[in-house]
Ligand binder design. Structure first.
Ligand code: Z5A
Length: 214
């Protein structure tokens, strides 16, 4: 376990149209069925202040936002989220299931925008100290397939308006993290039909539950 708290911290990551929303409830149910008390949350967001920052980040009123500003706002929302919600829940022995976390900053602001990863690492250390997710499920699929799926949804947010090359870099950034940290980051082949994706998720979550003492 990479955090020294009582609960477990699980994050779910992926590019556009990877199916996070479609699978988060499924993961929550797997954990609840195993008797875990689950706090479900998301980034950017998760607290009233974090959700206000999310609106600034995803909305279209600041389209020319500087890359550094974007990164700092992600971490400002994260600092609030950790202090108000994530750490207190973990301290009480609850399991936190979070839709995106710091890997997204490395993938989107680092690989996608081109910000240096050592600057992201400094913020990670400053805001999180030693706290890292215990398990991360990375829903991975070819960019074109993900964009085709996401295209069926509503009005695109500020990130969804990026070009294909941006999402290719994001995907490569995520895969690089998974290659570096195979013990924590489990790749799920999200290009498959939902049922097959959920079988893979089931396998990973069940193994993690066993490893965590059931
Ligand atoms: N961001 C960042 O830059 N830096 C950071 O540090 C953090 C975040 C924390 C908001 O994220 C943005 O914040 C995000 C990165 C940035 N930008 N983008 N893009 P978000 O997580 O809130 O938004 P999202 O990426 O759009 O995720 P989402 O809403 O959870 O959706 P999704 O993963 O794209 O998937 P979905 O809505 O579940 O599925 C898309 C469609 O595909 C839908 O019609 C499904 O029915 C369909 N689907 C899903 N799975 C399947 C399968 N297996 N087969 C066929 N069809 C499927």
């Amino acid at each position: 376990m990479s955090n020294s708290l009582k609960g477990r911290f699980i994050t779910v990551e992926g590019g556009e149209g990877a199916g996070k929303s479609s699978n988060l409830d499924y993961i929550r149910n797997l954990l609840s069925s195993a008797g875990k008390q689950v706090v479900f949350t998301r980034e950017p967001g998760g607290t009233p202040l974090g959700e206000a920052i999310r609106d600034l980040l995803l909305g279209h009123q600041h389209t020319g936002m500087a890359d550094d500003t974007e990164l700092l706002l992600m971490f400002a929302a994260r600092a609030e989220h950790l202090q108000q919600k994530i750490k207190p829940a973990l301290q009480q022995g609850q399991w936190v299931l979070c839709d995106r976390f710091t890997d997204a900053s490395y993938a989107y602001q680092g690989a996608g925008r081109g910000l240096a990863s050592d600057r992201i690492a400094s913020l990670e250390q400053f805001v999180q100290g030693e706290l890292r997710p215990d398990l991360t499920l990375l829903l991975d699929l070819p960019v074109e397939q993900g964009l085709a799926r996401a295209g069926q949804r509503s009005e695109p947010d500020r990130f969804e308006k990026q070009e294909m090359s941006f999402f290719e870099k994001v995907r490569a950034g995520y895969l690089e993290i998974a290659a570096r940290e195979p013990h924590r980051v489990k790749i799920i082949d999200a290009s498959k039909p939902l049922e097959t994706v959920q079988q893979q998720i089931d396998h990973v979550v069940t193994a993690f539950l066993e490893q965590s003492g059931g």
